[in-house]
Write a protein that binds this ligand. Structure first.
Ligand SMILES: Nc1ncnc2c1ncn2[C@@H]1O[C@H](COP(=O)(O)OP(=O)(O)OP(=O)(O)O)[C@@H](O)[C@H]1O
Length: 281
Protein backbone atom coordinates (compact mmCIF):
# COMPACT_ATOMS: atom_id res chain seq x y z
CA UNK A 1 0.00 0.00 0.00
CA UNK A 2 2.88 2.33 0.64
CA UNK A 3 5.03 1.48 -2.29
CA UNK A 4 6.05 4.60 -4.10
CA UNK A 5 5.58 6.79 -1.02
CA UNK A 6 8.63 8.88 -0.40
CA UNK A 7 9.75 11.23 2.32
CA UNK A 8 9.57 14.07 -0.19
CA UNK A 9 5.88 13.66 -0.82
CA UNK A 10 5.19 13.76 2.90
CA UNK A 11 6.70 17.20 3.23
CA UNK A 12 4.07 18.52 0.84
CA UNK A 13 0.42 17.45 0.74
CA UNK A 14 -0.08 14.17 -1.03
CA UNK A 15 -1.45 14.39 -4.55
CA UNK A 16 -5.21 14.63 -4.52
CA UNK A 17 -5.37 15.90 -0.94
CA UNK A 18 -6.09 19.53 -0.19
CA UNK A 19 -3.48 21.11 2.01
CA UNK A 20 -4.79 21.25 5.57
CA UNK A 21 -5.41 24.69 6.99
CA UNK A 22 -2.62 25.92 9.21
CA UNK A 23 -3.76 29.39 10.26
CA UNK A 24 -3.65 29.96 14.02
CA UNK A 25 -7.33 30.84 14.07
CA UNK A 26 -8.12 27.54 12.42
CA UNK A 27 -7.39 25.55 15.53
CA UNK A 28 -10.39 23.29 15.91
CA UNK A 29 -9.35 21.54 19.11
CA UNK A 30 -7.12 23.26 21.64
CA UNK A 31 -6.00 21.31 24.68
CA UNK A 32 -4.04 23.27 27.26
CA UNK A 33 -2.13 21.98 30.26
CA UNK A 34 -4.57 19.23 31.12
CA UNK A 35 -3.97 16.99 34.07
CA UNK A 36 -5.95 13.76 34.28
CA UNK A 37 -5.50 11.05 36.86
CA UNK A 38 -7.23 8.18 38.60
CA UNK A 39 -6.63 8.02 42.34
CA UNK A 40 -2.98 8.79 42.88
CA UNK A 41 -2.02 7.73 39.36
CA UNK A 42 -1.55 10.75 37.09
CA UNK A 43 -1.93 9.83 33.40
CA UNK A 44 -1.83 13.17 31.59
CA UNK A 45 0.62 15.61 33.17
CA UNK A 46 -0.06 19.07 31.80
CA UNK A 47 -0.63 17.97 28.21
CA UNK A 48 -1.18 20.57 25.45
CA UNK A 49 -2.10 19.95 21.82
CA UNK A 50 -3.74 21.76 18.89
CA UNK A 51 -5.66 20.06 16.11
CA UNK A 52 -6.03 22.16 12.96
CA UNK A 53 -9.05 22.36 10.72
CA UNK A 54 -8.97 19.88 7.85
CA UNK A 55 -6.02 17.83 9.04
CA UNK A 56 -5.70 14.19 9.93
CA UNK A 57 -3.73 14.16 13.16
CA UNK A 58 -2.32 10.81 14.23
CA UNK A 59 -1.87 10.38 17.98
CA UNK A 60 0.69 7.79 19.05
CA UNK A 61 2.11 6.67 22.35
CA UNK A 62 2.98 3.63 24.40
CA UNK A 63 0.23 1.20 25.34
CA UNK A 64 -1.48 2.42 28.47
CA UNK A 65 0.10 5.84 28.04
CA UNK A 66 -3.19 7.73 27.99
CA UNK A 67 -4.25 8.10 24.35
CA UNK A 68 -7.79 6.94 24.99
CA UNK A 69 -7.86 8.97 28.18
CA UNK A 70 -7.01 12.10 26.19
CA UNK A 71 -9.70 11.30 23.62
CA UNK A 72 -12.28 10.74 26.33
CA UNK A 73 -11.21 13.93 28.11
CA UNK A 74 -11.65 15.97 24.94
CA UNK A 75 -15.08 14.41 24.51
CA UNK A 76 -15.95 15.27 28.10
CA UNK A 77 -16.32 11.63 29.13
CA UNK A 78 -13.37 11.65 31.54
CA UNK A 79 -12.88 14.38 34.15
CA UNK A 80 -9.73 16.40 34.15
CA UNK A 81 -8.19 17.87 37.27
CA UNK A 82 -7.00 21.03 35.60
CA UNK A 83 -6.38 22.62 32.21
CA UNK A 84 -8.77 23.53 29.41
CA UNK A 85 -10.24 21.95 26.32
CA UNK A 86 -11.62 24.27 23.62
CA UNK A 87 -13.46 22.88 20.60
CA UNK A 88 -14.44 25.32 17.84
CA UNK A 89 -13.24 28.07 20.17
CA UNK A 90 -15.63 27.09 22.94
CA UNK A 91 -14.29 26.16 26.35
CA UNK A 92 -16.10 22.92 27.15
CA UNK A 93 -16.26 23.75 30.85
CA UNK A 94 -18.36 26.84 30.21
CA UNK A 95 -21.08 25.30 28.01
CA UNK A 96 -24.70 25.00 29.00
CA UNK A 97 -26.46 21.68 28.50
CA UNK A 98 -27.96 22.85 25.19
CA UNK A 99 -24.65 24.26 23.93
CA UNK A 100 -22.99 21.00 24.85
CA UNK A 101 -25.57 18.99 22.90
CA UNK A 102 -25.14 21.27 19.89
CA UNK A 103 -21.40 20.75 20.04
CA UNK A 104 -21.78 16.98 20.30
CA UNK A 105 -23.60 16.99 16.97
CA UNK A 106 -20.51 18.46 15.34
CA UNK A 107 -18.31 15.49 16.12
CA UNK A 108 -18.49 11.77 15.45
CA UNK A 109 -16.64 9.08 17.38
CA UNK A 110 -15.43 5.63 16.47
CA UNK A 111 -14.41 3.96 19.72
CA UNK A 112 -11.85 1.19 19.85
CA UNK A 113 -14.05 -1.10 21.91
CA UNK A 114 -17.73 -1.79 21.46
CA UNK A 115 -17.87 -0.20 18.05
CA UNK A 116 -21.54 -1.16 17.56
CA UNK A 117 -24.42 -1.95 19.90
CA UNK A 118 -24.62 -5.71 19.50
CA UNK A 119 -28.36 -5.94 20.16
CA UNK A 120 -29.23 -3.46 17.41
CA UNK A 121 -29.15 -3.91 13.64
CA UNK A 122 -26.75 -1.81 11.61
CA UNK A 123 -29.67 0.45 10.63
CA UNK A 124 -30.64 0.95 14.27
CA UNK A 125 -27.03 1.61 15.19
CA UNK A 126 -26.66 4.30 12.54
CA UNK A 127 -29.99 5.84 13.49
CA UNK A 128 -29.13 5.90 17.18
CA UNK A 129 -27.49 9.35 17.10
CA UNK A 130 -30.18 10.64 14.74
CA UNK A 131 -32.86 9.70 17.26
CA UNK A 132 -30.78 11.07 20.13
CA UNK A 133 -30.13 14.48 18.60
CA UNK A 134 -32.49 15.12 15.68
CA UNK A 135 -36.19 15.10 15.09
CA UNK A 136 -36.55 13.32 11.77
CA UNK A 137 -39.17 11.24 10.04
CA UNK A 138 -38.42 7.50 9.90
CA UNK A 139 -38.37 7.73 6.12
CA UNK A 140 -35.71 10.45 6.08
CA UNK A 141 -33.67 8.52 8.63
CA UNK A 142 -33.86 5.44 6.42
CA UNK A 143 -32.72 7.41 3.37
CA UNK A 144 -29.82 8.93 5.30
CA UNK A 145 -28.90 5.52 6.69
CA UNK A 146 -28.57 4.05 3.20
CA UNK A 147 -26.48 7.06 2.15
CA UNK A 148 -24.13 6.60 5.11
CA UNK A 149 -23.84 2.87 4.50
CA UNK A 150 -22.88 3.46 0.87
CA UNK A 151 -20.51 6.25 1.87
CA UNK A 152 -18.41 3.77 3.87
CA UNK A 153 -18.36 1.22 1.04
CA UNK A 154 -20.97 -1.25 2.31
CA UNK A 155 -23.98 -2.51 0.39
CA UNK A 156 -27.44 -1.33 1.52
CA UNK A 157 -28.55 -4.83 2.54
CA UNK A 158 -26.10 -4.62 5.45
CA UNK A 159 -28.61 -2.29 7.12
CA UNK A 160 -30.76 -5.17 8.33
CA UNK A 161 -27.90 -7.31 9.60
CA UNK A 162 -26.85 -7.70 13.21
CA UNK A 163 -23.25 -6.84 14.12
CA UNK A 164 -22.61 -10.55 14.80
CA UNK A 165 -23.24 -11.28 11.11
CA UNK A 166 -20.52 -8.90 9.95
CA UNK A 167 -16.77 -9.35 9.48
CA UNK A 168 -14.38 -7.21 11.54
CA UNK A 169 -13.82 -4.86 8.61
CA UNK A 170 -17.55 -4.49 7.99
CA UNK A 171 -18.14 -3.71 11.67
CA UNK A 172 -15.54 -0.94 11.50
CA UNK A 173 -17.23 0.47 8.42
CA UNK A 174 -20.69 0.28 9.95
CA UNK A 175 -19.37 1.98 13.09
CA UNK A 176 -17.83 4.64 10.89
CA UNK A 177 -21.22 5.12 9.20
CA UNK A 178 -22.71 5.66 12.66
CA UNK A 179 -19.96 8.15 13.54
CA UNK A 180 -20.87 10.05 10.35
CA UNK A 181 -24.63 9.92 11.02
CA UNK A 182 -24.91 13.58 12.01
CA UNK A 183 -22.56 14.91 9.29
CA UNK A 184 -19.88 15.84 11.83
CA UNK A 185 -17.04 18.26 11.24
CA UNK A 186 -14.63 16.37 13.50
CA UNK A 187 -14.10 12.63 13.50
CA UNK A 188 -12.46 10.94 16.50
CA UNK A 189 -11.06 7.52 15.69
CA UNK A 190 -9.58 5.30 18.39
CA UNK A 191 -7.32 2.72 16.75
CA UNK A 192 -9.57 2.29 13.71
CA UNK A 193 -7.41 -0.35 12.03
CA UNK A 194 -6.74 -2.52 15.08
CA UNK A 195 -7.87 -6.07 14.46
CA UNK A 196 -7.90 -5.69 10.69
CA UNK A 197 -5.56 -7.59 8.42
CA UNK A 198 -3.05 -5.44 6.49
CA UNK A 199 -5.23 -5.31 3.37
CA UNK A 200 -8.34 -4.43 5.36
CA UNK A 201 -6.36 -1.83 7.29
CA UNK A 202 -5.03 -0.26 4.09
CA UNK A 203 -8.54 -0.12 2.63
CA UNK A 204 -9.84 1.48 5.80
CA UNK A 205 -7.04 4.06 5.72
CA UNK A 206 -7.95 4.88 2.15
CA UNK A 207 -11.59 5.27 3.14
CA UNK A 208 -10.66 7.68 5.95
CA UNK A 209 -8.51 9.74 3.60
CA UNK A 210 -11.25 9.85 0.96
CA UNK A 211 -13.94 10.82 3.46
CA UNK A 212 -11.71 13.45 5.01
CA UNK A 213 -11.15 14.89 1.58
CA UNK A 214 -14.73 14.80 0.30
CA UNK A 215 -16.38 15.87 3.55
CA UNK A 216 -13.68 18.31 4.67
CA UNK A 217 -13.38 16.55 8.02
CA UNK A 218 -10.89 17.21 10.76
CA UNK A 219 -9.71 13.83 12.01
CA UNK A 220 -8.15 12.99 15.39
CA UNK A 221 -6.91 9.44 15.11
CA UNK A 222 -5.34 7.36 17.87
CA UNK A 223 -3.31 4.67 16.21
CA UNK A 224 -0.42 2.23 16.61
CA UNK A 225 -0.44 1.54 12.89
CA UNK A 226 2.77 2.79 11.30
CA UNK A 227 1.27 2.46 7.84
CA UNK A 228 -1.70 4.61 8.81
CA UNK A 229 0.62 7.21 10.27
CA UNK A 230 2.57 7.29 7.07
CA UNK A 231 -0.18 7.14 4.49
CA UNK A 232 -3.02 9.24 5.87
CA UNK A 233 -1.77 11.51 8.63
CA UNK A 234 -0.84 15.11 7.91
CA UNK A 235 0.74 15.46 11.33
CA UNK A 236 1.57 13.16 14.19
CA UNK A 237 1.60 13.91 17.91
CA UNK A 238 3.55 11.58 20.18
CA UNK A 239 2.58 11.03 23.80
CA UNK A 240 5.16 10.01 26.38
CA UNK A 241 5.33 10.54 30.12
CA UNK A 242 1.89 12.14 30.10
CA UNK A 243 2.80 14.89 27.65
CA UNK A 244 3.06 15.51 23.92
CA UNK A 245 6.80 15.22 23.35
CA UNK A 246 6.86 15.68 19.57
CA UNK A 247 4.36 16.99 17.05
CA UNK A 248 4.68 17.53 13.32
CA UNK A 249 4.91 15.65 10.07
CA UNK A 250 6.64 12.30 9.86
CA UNK A 251 10.03 13.99 9.35
CA UNK A 252 9.69 15.58 12.78
CA UNK A 253 9.14 12.14 14.29
CA UNK A 254 12.09 10.68 12.46
CA UNK A 255 14.31 13.53 13.60
CA UNK A 256 13.13 13.50 17.22
CA UNK A 257 15.70 12.53 19.80
CA UNK A 258 13.10 11.74 22.43
CA UNK A 259 13.88 8.13 23.44
CA UNK A 260 10.32 6.78 23.00
CA UNK A 261 9.71 8.58 19.69
CA UNK A 262 13.07 7.50 18.37
CA UNK A 263 12.55 3.90 19.44
CA UNK A 264 9.08 3.86 17.88
CA UNK A 265 9.95 5.39 14.53
CA UNK A 266 13.36 3.75 14.19
CA UNK A 267 12.56 0.46 15.89
CA UNK A 268 12.38 -3.00 14.42
CA UNK A 269 8.76 -2.74 13.31
CA UNK A 270 9.34 0.68 11.81
CA UNK A 271 12.33 -0.69 9.90
CA UNK A 272 10.25 -3.63 8.73
CA UNK A 273 7.69 -1.14 7.43
CA UNK A 274 10.50 0.70 5.68
CA UNK A 275 10.74 3.69 8.04
CA UNK A 276 13.74 5.44 9.38
CA UNK A 277 16.23 4.54 6.73
CA UNK A 278 18.21 7.47 5.46
CA UNK A 279 15.84 9.80 7.30
CA UNK A 280 12.72 8.58 5.58
CA UNK A 281 10.98 5.75 3.96
N1 LIG B 1 -11.63 4.93 34.27
C1 LIG B 1 -10.38 4.62 34.62
N2 LIG B 1 -10.08 4.33 35.90
C2 LIG B 1 -8.81 4.02 36.27
N3 LIG B 1 -7.78 3.97 35.43
C3 LIG B 1 -8.01 4.24 34.14
C4 LIG B 1 -9.33 4.57 33.66
N4 LIG B 1 -9.25 4.82 32.32
C5 LIG B 1 -7.96 4.62 31.99
N5 LIG B 1 -7.23 4.28 33.06
C6 LIG B 1 -5.79 4.01 33.08
O1 LIG B 1 -5.16 5.06 32.38
C7 LIG B 1 -4.02 4.57 31.67
C8 LIG B 1 -4.09 5.00 30.24
O2 LIG B 1 -5.13 4.28 29.60
P1 LIG B 1 -5.49 4.50 28.08
O3 LIG B 1 -6.59 3.55 27.78
O4 LIG B 1 -5.72 5.93 27.80
O5 LIG B 1 -4.17 4.03 27.34
P2 LIG B 1 -3.86 4.01 25.79
O6 LIG B 1 -2.66 4.88 25.57
O7 LIG B 1 -5.08 4.36 25.02
O8 LIG B 1 -3.45 2.49 25.63
P3 LIG B 1 -3.67 1.43 24.43
O9 LIG B 1 -2.76 1.86 23.34
O10 LIG B 1 -3.25 0.15 25.04
O11 LIG B 1 -5.13 1.46 24.05
C9 LIG B 1 -4.00 3.07 31.88
O12 LIG B 1 -3.10 2.77 32.93
C10 LIG B 1 -5.42 2.76 32.30
O13 LIG B 1 -5.47 1.63 33.11
Amino acid sequence: MNSGTTTANLATPRPGRNPPARAADDVVISVRDIVVGFGDKIILKGLSLDVMRGEILGFVGASGGGKSVLTRTILGLTRKRSGTVDVFGQNLDTLSYMQRRQLEQRWGVLFQQGALFSSLSVRQNIQFPMREYLDMSPRLMDELTVAKIEMVGLSPDVAEKAPSELSGGMIKRAALARALALDPEILFLDEPTSGLDPIGAAEFDELIATLQQTLGLTVFMVTHDLDSLHTVCDRIAALADGQVVAVGPIETMLASDHPWVSAYFHGKRARAAGFGQNGGR
